[in-house]
Design a protein around this ligand. Sequence first.
Ligand code: TYM
Length: 338
Amino acid sequence: MDNTNEIQAKRKRVLSLIQPTSVPTLGNYLGAMRNWASLSAEYDCVYGVANLHALTVRRPATDLRKQTQELFAILLALDLNQGNNVVFVQSHVPSHCQLSWILSCYTQFGEMSRMTQFKEKAAQHSDNVNVGLFTYPTLMAADILIYQADLVPVGDDQKQHLEICRDIATRFNGVYPNTFTVPEPYIGKLGGRIMSLQDPTRKMSKSDPNPKGAISMLDDENTILKKCRGAVTDSETVVRYGEGKEGINNLMTIYACCTGESFEQIETAFAGQGYGAFKTAVAEVVIAALRPFREKYKAYMADPAGLQSIAAEGARAAARIADRTTEKAMKRVGLWRI
Ligand code: TYM
């Protein structure tokens, strides 16, 4: 082993996935994906499209396929497929499901019943409270543990799922020592919870019934401007971070994430300018942040055969790691391997 390999062998692994429920929002970008790109310098990263998780909510098959391909192209356009990184689609690596089953046998019904996202989603889709929705966190735990991930960059809303993943891994390791790396969550200092532009007490979400509440990563510049200008604020006119100013706090967070400026710098820069000028400035920095990836995205989407071959390559690279862990777990629990 030469020196370079030794150093590479010590690099920690980062993993994160995103669901292809529709085009990702500015919340997904600022809360998660923006950090994904910057982590590539320091870690070996595995990033993927969680299309199996997306099956928990019913939609036309053609939509799911299209949204999976679009999201995969978005990940590539964000330059995540660089160096030792792996970018893949979850369903292309079948061992996720095998490990998920094993893990579900080491997960208690009671702890799963406490998942707040399950309760929220069950209320939102009361006509389809399927078992997949309930066991969703064990598939997510399999996604993470199968790559022996050290660090999982996510937004604030996934914290509880990360905790249960750590509990499952620790429990399993208690019976079969050293099977899984117990992962740590990585939640950025800023942007872990970007709120809706129309109701700043709720998180910005792909499934927001009010389209003005969420900025999509593929919105055109004019739409972004309109959505920012229409953002709900308060009756004061001072740009400052404070209690009872959820709308302005959210816009300041977005501005700070996009520019790297502190809240104090923003307050000084916009002193005496009112909300109109600030909202336009927020739109401008969002547009500038999203612009570079847009052209690359179009190029990937214009070449379906190329996209397919990158996906096949990603699946092979992902399976090389995933299958090794699954094999180890299968042997440990006593499944007959032939
Ligand atoms: P998903 O697809 O809902 O969201 C993808 C990522 O975006 C973050 N996020 C936000 N961050 C800040 N503000 C917001 N308003 C906001 N909305 C979403 C999410 O926290 C997430 O990091 N279960 C996961 C997908 C998944 C996964 C995994 C994640 C499947 N397997 C393994 C990590 C590791 C989900 O539904 O994310």
